[in-house]
Design a binder for this molecule. Sequence first.
Ligand SMILES: [Zn+2]
Length: 321
Amino acid sequence: MVTTEVFENLKSLQEILVQKYELEGKKNDAPKQLSNQEDLLAKTQKEFIELKSNYDATEERVSQLKTQLEEAVQSREEGEKGVANSTTHREYEALEKQITEAKLLEEQVRKDLQKEEKDLAELNERLKNTEESIKFNESELNSSRESLNKELSSYDNKLAKLKVEEDKVTKNINDIYSSEENAELKAQEILFKFQRIIQRNSEGIVSVRNGVCSGCHMILPANFANEVREGEDINFCPYCSRILYYEEVNEDQQENYFDIGAAGSLAGLDDDDEDESEYGDDEEEDIRSEFDDEDEDLDEDSEDSDDEDDSDDSDEDEDEE
Ligand SMILES: [Zn+2]
């Protein structure tokens, strides 16, 4: 039966795709690691620009004050020289006034200048510190970029290897269908659906046990479950869209199909079954309610459980068989 072969290839493909999507996710998220460092650098650069413009304005004021000071000193000195040579009382008084005003101005300008020069020195210090911070942040960011690039290229290497495996398995599936009509289309459709399911659910191919889809726990219509059992074609679960394959269940496991968690892996199934094997027919209600409780936190599952309650009728039908 070709479907068995397809199932085997799909299971291999599933392993590959799960890894592939995980790596692609990591690859997309990786550059976000840098955003804090990039923000910090941008902030420091902005701070530097603001400080610099503040520094330039202060420097300009210092230079103006120095000119003012020179003028005041000159005016005072001229006054003092003039006083010695003054010939009239009126001339003397005017010169005295000039000296007093020049002294007052000189005093005020010296004070202002002292303050501005102090500010300028402080700003200069802060500029130097900020400049160092920028250099530091830049080199940190560069080394982070380097390690990010290494990380990204390791993802790319792994992805390239997975691509080879994926192509191989995909070719197998195409080959299996090659004898059929519309072969390529059919294989493409299956692969396309399969990839989409795995992107959403990480499990794209699940077993049917006792007529229940182990992906979503929904009870499948009896005719449909039989089709899956016959395995003539690829069947998708009508509820969760996963590809279904039939799995025979031993007599003593008949009641335990509830344990298969939607989020659980196929590998964990056997252990789970053993743990629950103490439950008998009488306790089925308990098992059911426990199942619902356990899965309350999972949105997807609680939705499924609701659906499951709606289909209790078919559940009973199933049990009578
Ligand atoms: Zn399903």
